[in-house]
Design a protein around this ligand. Structure first.
Ligand code: IMP
Length: 196
């Protein structure tokens, strides 16, 4: 099977994407090809950071690779935390503190519309491609659920009453930002493989 390096150190994400590319590509965590350092994410857009990470892995390995960058964009906050989602409440990427800060900022706010947006940057045979996935929804008034990670306990996807953290991995993947972006990646890779 062809190898595709996933430029992330996040085990949750590797597991999520592996399920979606299962049997088609062998998704290799970047640590397995010798990249153990945190790749600096210094761009001010999701697209910029995704490209930065993919280019880093490609420069160091020459292997086909992809990376993703995700942000939670809250309408009433002008799209914040967005590209700063991981470190919203501080440098230590504390998910509970991030959620507390966001809930505080939205206290009394009736417009709780938000969306997760994922951008995937793929480098295949030295060429760059971008894919996007969006999951619309709203921010709950309090956390519920224990599954998933990050902001999952306070995000209720559109058309549902439960948060992402109350859904199984398969339920979340079917409607999530990352699921949609990976679906586009998979469709593209399938077309490439069949020469269309
Ligand atoms: P990253 O830059 O893709 O690692 O993600 C930025 C921030 O968004 C981190 O705080 C993650 O915890 C959060 N995040 C990314 N994907 C998800 C998700 O699927 N659910 C909840 N939070 C997420």
């Amino acid at each position: 099977m062809k190898k595709l390096v996933f430029a992330t150190g996040n085990a949750h994400k590797i597991a999520e994407v592996n399920r979606l590319l299962d049997g088609f590509y062998e998704v290799v965590p970047m640590a397995e090809v010798g990249i153990t350092e945190d790749i600096p994410e210094t761009a001010d857009t999701l697209e910029g950071n995704a490209l930065l990470k993919a280019r880093y892995v490609y420069a160091h390995t020459g292997m086909d690779c992809f990376s993703e960058d995700t942000g939670l964009e809250v309408e009433a906050l002008g799209g914040r935390p967005g590209v700063h989602s991981a470190r919203y409440a501080g440098a230590d990427k504390d998910a509970a503190a991030n959620m507390r800060k966001l809930l505080q900022e939205l206290e009394g706010q009736l417009n709780r519309r938000a969306r997760f947006r994922t951008v995937i940057a793929l480098i295949l045979d030295g060429k760059e491609y971008l894919f996007e996935g969006i999951a619309p929804g709203h921010i709950a008034t309090a956390p519920s659920g224990k599954k998933g990670f990050g902001y999952d306990p306070i995000f209720v996807p559109e058309g549902h009453e439960r948060t992402f953290a109350e859904m199984t991995a398969d339920e979340k993947n079917a409607i999530s930002h990352r699921g949609k972006a990976v679906a586009q990646l998979v469709e593209f890779l399938q077309k490439q493989a069949s020469g269309k």
